[in-house]
Design a protein around this ligand. Structure first.
Ligand code: SF4
Length: 304
C-alpha cells in the first residue's frame, strides 16, 4: 500500500531522488527509526509522475533472498539509499512562525542565518546578501546568487543585471521598493560560477522561510538555477517558461493559515538578457503574464 506523503515533503523528496538518479542510484528504502536498515527493504512509494524508482538499474546473477520474495521479482541495485524519516526537518517549527510583523520575522531569519558557514560559499564572500524589498510584497523575484557588486554592497541585483531588473520592474508599472528580491544562495560563488546543487540545497531553506513570511502572490524565478531549485524540476528554460506553477515553500509553514502558497513563473535572468538582448521580448511576454495575474498595467511610455 503506497504511503501518502505531504505535498511539501513529496516535493523535497522528489528533488532528492532526482539528485540520486543523476548519480546513477535508483533504489531507495525507508529505514524505520527502531529497525536497522539491513533488516528492512520497504520501497518508498512516490506518486510524482516524473520520479521513477526502479529496481532494475543493475542486474545481479544472485539476487538476495529478500528480492526473490518481493512481488516485483527484480534485482536490486548494489547500494540502496536509506532515507531518514526526518531528513527534511518538516516537523521543526521555525522561530518566526509566531511573529505577525513580517519585518521582525525576516530579522529573526537573518539572525538565524548569522555569520553563516553552512556551505563553502562563505569562504570567498564579503557580505551575505540576504534579500531586500517590501516584506509584504505581492511580487517576489528570486535570482541565482550574488555577483561582485552585490557581494560588495550586501544587496541583491545592484550591478548591471540589477539595473536591467529595475527597468523590467518599472516596465511592469511598479517600483523596485514594491517587490521583494532575493537569491537562491546568499553568498557569491567564486568567479560567479553557477552554485552547486549542494550549495543551493543548503542555502535555499532560508529563502523558503523568507517566502513564507512575505507571502507573495507571484514569484518570478530568474533563470534556470532559481527555477530548478524552487520547482525541484530539472527541465530546460524553454520547457519551464510560459506557464504558472503552484508553489508553496518546502518544509515551512507560513504564520498565516489563509496563505496557501502562490503562483510561480519562470523567465530569463537579467544577466542572460544582457548577453543575449534578443531574448528580451520573450522575457517581456513572461512579465506580461505576471502583470495580468496581478492586475498591473505598464506605464504608457514603457509599453512595448
Ligand atoms: Fe550560508 Fe547560504 Fe552563504 Fe552557504 S550561501 S554560507 S548556506 S548564507
Amino acid at each position: 500500500m503506497p504511503h501518502t506523503l505531504d505535498p511539501e515533503l513529496r516535493r523535497a523528496l522528489a528533488a532528492r531522488i532526482r539528485y540520486y538518479n543523476e548519480m546513477g542510484i535508483y533504489d531507495f528504502y525507508r529505514r524505520p527509526p527502531s529497525v536497522q536498515a539491513a533488516e528492512v527493504a520497504t520501497p518508498v512509494a512516490v506518486e510524482e509522475q516524473e520520479v521513477v524508482i526502479s529496481a532494475n538499474a543493475v542486474s545481479t546473477n544472485q539476487p538476495e533472498s529478500r528480492e526473490e520474495m518481493s512481488p516485483r521479482k527484480t534485482a536490486a541495485a548494489p547500494t540502496p539509499v536509506a532515507i531518514e524519516e526526518n531528513i527534511f526537518g518538516t516537523s521543526a517549527p521555525k522561530p518566526e512562525q509566531n511573529v505577525n510583523d513580517p519585518v521582525k520575522a525576516l530579522k529573526i531569519i537573518r539572525n538565524d542565518l548569522g555569520n553563516c558557514t553552512r556551505c563553502d560559499l562563505h569562504k570567498g564572500r564579503k557580505n551575505i546578501v540576504f534579500g531586500v524589498g517590501d516584506s509584504k510584497a505581492e511580487l517576489m523575484f528570486v535570482g541565482e546568487g550574488p555577483g561582485a557588486d552585490e557581494d560588495e554592497t550586501g544587496e541583491p541585483f545592484v550591478g548591471r543585471a540589477g539595473q536591467l531588473l529595475n527597468n523590467m520592474i518599472k516596465a511592469m508599472g511598479i517600483e523596485r521598493e514594491q517587490v521583494y528580491i532575493a537569491n537562491i544562495v546568499k553568498c557569491r560563488p567564486p568567479s560567479n560560477r553557477t552554485p552547486e546543487r549542494e550549495e543551493c540545497d543548503t542555502c535555499s531553506p532560508f529563502l523558503m522561510r523568507q517566502i513564507a513570511v512575505v507571502k507573495p502572490k507571484v514569484i518570478v524565478a530568474l533563470g534556470a538555477t532559481a527555477a530548478k531549485t524552487l520547482l525541484a524540476m530539472n527541465s530546460s528554460m524553454i520547457q519551464l517558461r510560459g506557464r504558472f506553477y503552484d508553489f508553496k515553500p518546502a518544509s515551512v509553514q507560513s504564520n498565516d493559515p489563509s496563505w496557501d502558497g502562490c503562483k510561480l513563473a519562470v523567465t530569463y535572468h537579467p544577466a542572460f538578457l544582457l548577453r543575449d538582448p534578443r531574448q528580451k521580448s520573450e522575457a517581456w511576454k513572461d512579465l506580461q503574464m505576471v502583470m495580468k495575474e496581478l492586475g498591473l498595467k505598464p506605464p504608457a511610455k514603457s509599453a512595448q
